[in-house]
Design a protein. Structure first.
Ligand SMILES: CCCCCCCC(=O)SCCNC(=O)CCNC(=O)[C@H](O)C(C)(C)COP(=O)(O)OP(=O)(O)OC[C@H]1O[C@@H](n2cnc3c(N)ncnc32)[C@H](O)[C@@H]1OP(=O)(O)O
Ligand SMILES: Cc1cc2nc3c(=O)[nH]c(=O)nc-3n(C[C@H](O)[C@H](O)[C@H](O)COP(=O)(O)OP(=O)(O)OC[C@H]3O[C@@H](n4cnc5c(N)ncnc54)[C@H](O)[C@@H]3O)c2cc1C
Length: 667
């Protein structure tokens, strides 16, 4: 008999199979919705399958047992194997396929090409002129050279205007002199900089005739292309172990009056003429487009990370039997506990929501780049900057929370690296910091919200963009949360009120004599709250739009259950804002809670199938707890036995230190 969940195979753990039999929708069809099309979902499966047939691409040992040096070596080894097989595995011109392939094979630990694909090549695409394209892009795409993106310094990351690395133009030789004047000016953190890259896009303060023009991107050769030795004038190395990404070589970089030709300023948008005349870009922040790109892609990437952790936790919760409900002769799956469902199911809904809204945001980014490159139109930049600033902050924060809940939902075994959840967590929460520290980015969105409220206050509501139009709309009176639209209206009310309150507070401080910056700082917590609400509203709206667009009825119905859970959970989570001014009553709160509990029950039979639909292979998950076949216990035992500590029964440390201590105590 054919089942709707495509993961059922003979010999699987029976409890998992039982879960999969209850699926009310086809998991392949759900995967099409998650990944955007039948082709994209199918290609992922095909690539995973093809990878599984190349034994050299498998991890040589479970990654958690490798030390840092071995992780870097293992990642690089696999990259070289991949390089030989690339054309047979993927369409090399398809970024999505490449991304999936790297995730599958490399895992999450980082690798030498991580920043090459994510930032170096996109920075060239966004910032290089046609001649520079010609010179660098082909080489970069063919991987004749490997690059990274070196912006952050030891002393400054958030406040880009104060980056200390200088690029001083010398008209007589038509060169820029890159220099690191202080220890705090050392570049610090760039991924793949420490040992792997031989080129970098370096962001440095452009100085012409003693005048600073602020941060600009330069393409810089760091190492000899033959020997890979750092070039004279370059100091470069690895910054040491981190919470995660330990297969990657985040690095430091210093310049000692290092000269590069004038053509190495990435000059699609701004230029320095031979005589030192500076030609301005059409938008002051256009040099930041590589960052906007990564931020635009973060929601989907983070949604997948959450999806990984939930696949592990949900499958394990269906296999883990402990305690009783009604029938005292059979223990139940821990997935049957309401607390377990409440811990995990809203996070499944968020994972779906983040992926959906991520795809919508990527489309907005692609449109912006098209506009910029075809007709120099940068008008969408401010909107997208505000949107992606909020989105990366809200999503990374919730993903971190969700993964940590997934870990706890796996009890003791969740704490073991065999679950792989700690690695996923470490990787995901890196996103709270990189590409703009979350608070800093929420405050960027707040600038936009405050300006929007100010527009309404000055009678210019007609100038508001569509995403903030609700800030001008009269308050909605919604009595009960009955359909998605009423939730949106309630959220709009709450979000609007918070944006207005924060703005009024900020303006009041200024009226009372505080400078703009001081007033801003005194209102900052309230402002970040406004940003979070605005962003959650956007996520909610995109989730609703995506579910409405689904045509497969069983898939749509399962997604509607998830959406309802999301709407109720979100509203309850921000209930204090709605209760504050009596907009909602405690009766309404109870009603919403009950809706939420009934959503949990509805989702329960589909829980395993909802995470199976992400279609992560076992290789990608690298989790003993999250195995597709559910055979957890024997594999946990085998995993433990493979620990290097178990190579001998008596460790040298015991002979050398413990035994003498015990012997001495006997005397
Ligand atoms: C696999 C793992 C991958 C990991 C990859 C990680 C790679 C990295 O981390 S690379 C380094 C990333 N670094 C960052 O993100 C640094 C964060 N800091 C910044 O982006 C900026 O310095 C920022 C935005 C905080 C402040 O910039 P600053 O120039 O001081 O701007 P500020 O004075 O606050 O604002 C000036 C105006 O510019 C606008 N603006 C700022 N940035 C942008 C932008 N990117 N696009 C459009 N407008 C912008 C602001 O909205 C503001 O507009 P308005 O005046 O109308 O309100
Ligand atoms: C895994 C990882 C990978 C990275 N990869 C790269 C890379 O490839 N290339 C690269 O160039 N960089 C990279 N970075 C660096 C990263 O982009 C920066 O660390 C990040 O932008 C934060 O800057 P910061 O370290 O200066 O934080 P800080 O700004 O020093 O933040 C410290 C605290 O100060 C607060 N704060 C700072 N400014 C303000 C403000 N104006 N208002 C309110 N609060 C404020 C922050 O909220 C935070 O709580 C990476 C970092 C990590 C963790």
């Amino acid at each position: 008999m054919a089942f709707l969940n495509k993961e059922i195979r003979d010999g699987d753990n029976q409890d998992l199979t039982e879960e999969r039999r209850t699926a009310t929708f086809d998991t392949d069809k759900m995967a099409e919705v998650i990944y955007g099309s039948e082709k994209l979902a199918r290609r992922r499966r095909e690539i995973s399958h093809a990878v599984s047939r190349i034994p050299e691409l498998a991890d040589s040992r479970p990654l958690p047992f490798l030390d840092r040096f071995e992780k870097v070596t293992e990642g690089t080894r696999k990259l070289s194997v991949l390089d030989r097989h690339l054309a047979e595995l993927i369409d090399v011109n398809d970024n999505g396929e490449a991304l999936h392939l790297y995730h599958e094979v490399m895992g999450m630990e980082g690798h030498p090409l991580a920043l090459h694909e994510v930032m170096f090549v996109p920075a060239l695409i966004g910032q290089a002129s046609d001649e520079q394209y010609e010179k660098w892009l082909g080489r970069a795409k063919r991987r004749e050279i490997i690059g990274c993106y070196a912006q952050t310094e030891l002393g400054h990351g958030s406040n880009l205007r104060k980056l200390e690395t200088t690029a001083t133009y010398t008209p007589s030789t038509q060169e820029f002199i890159l220099h690191t004047p202080t220890i705090t000016a050392l570049k610090w953190w760039p991924g793949a900089l420490g040992k792997s890259s031989n080129y970098a896009v370096v962001v440095a303060d452009l100085i012409i005739k003693d005048k600073s023009y602020g941060p600009h991107p330069f393409i810089v050769q760091l190492r000899d292309e033959k020997t890979h030795q750092p070039l004279p004038g370059i100091t470069v190395g690895d910054i040491g172990p981190k919470m995660a990404f330990n297969g990657g070589d985040n690095g430091y970089l210093g310049f000692d009056n290092f000269r590069i030709p004038r053509e190495n300023l990435l000059n699609r948008h701004s230029r320095v003429e031979a005589d030192g005349t500076y030609v301005r870009p059409p938008h002051a922040k256009i040099g930041h487009s590589a960052m906007i790109r990564v931020r635009s892609h973060m929601a989907t990437g983070q949604g997948w990370l959450l999806g990984h952790a939930l696949t592990i936790a949900i499958r394990y919760s269906a296999v883990r039997i402990q305690g009783f409900l009604e029938d005292k002769s059979h223990e139940v799956k821990v997935l049957d506990y309401q607390t377990q469902q409440h811990r995990l199911f809203p996070a499944i809904a968020r994972a779906y929501a983040f992926i959906f809204c991520g795809f919508e945001t990527i489309r907005l980014y692609d449109q912006l780049i098209l506009d910029m490159n075809s007709n120099g139109n940068t008008s969408g930049m401010a909107d997208l900057h505000a949107l992606t600033s909020g989105l990366k902050s809200v999503v990374t924060h919730f993903v971190g929370q969700g993964i940590e809940q997934a870990r706890m939902a796996c009890g003791g075994h969740g704490y073991s690296m065999a679950s792989y959840i700690s690695e996923i967590y470490g990787v995901a929460i890196g996103g709270c910091t990189y590409e703009g520290e979350n608070m800093v980015m929420l405050l960027q969105l707040a600038r936009y919200l405050v300006k929007s409220v100010e527009l309404v206050k000055s009678g210019k509501a007609n100038q508001l963009g569509p995403m903030v139009a609700y800030l001008a709309v009269a308050d909605h009176k919604v009595n009960l949360a009955t359909g998605p639209d009423s939730y949106v209206k309630m959220f709009q009310y709450i979000s609007k009120r918070q944006s207005w309150k924060a703005t009024e507070k900020f303006l009041k401080f200024m009226e009372n004599g505080d400078s703009r910056d001081v007033a801003w700082n005194k209102t900052a917590v309230e402002l970040t709250r406004a940003s979070r609400l605005h962003t959650r509203l956007y996520i909610m709206e995109t989730f609703i739009r995506r579910v409405e667009s689904v045509t497969d009825i069983p898939v749509k119905s399962a997604l509607t259950d998830l959406l309802n859970l999301h709407l109720n959970y979100e509203l309850l989570d921000v209930a204090s804002y709605a209760l504050e001014d009596g907009f909602m009553s405690s009766n309404q709160m109870d009603f919403i809670k009950n809706q939420l509990y009934s959503s949990l029950e509805k989702i329960r039979p589909n829980a395993v199938s909802l995470v199976d639909s992400f279609q992560f292979s076992d290789m990608q998950l690298r989790s003993v707890l999250g195995r597709r076949d559910g055979h957890v216990y024997q594999n946990l035992f085998d995993w433990a036995k493979s620990s290097p500590l178990n190579k001998t029964d008596v460790l040298p440390s015991v002979t050398q230190y413990l035994k003498p201590m015990m012997e001495k105590a006997k005397l």
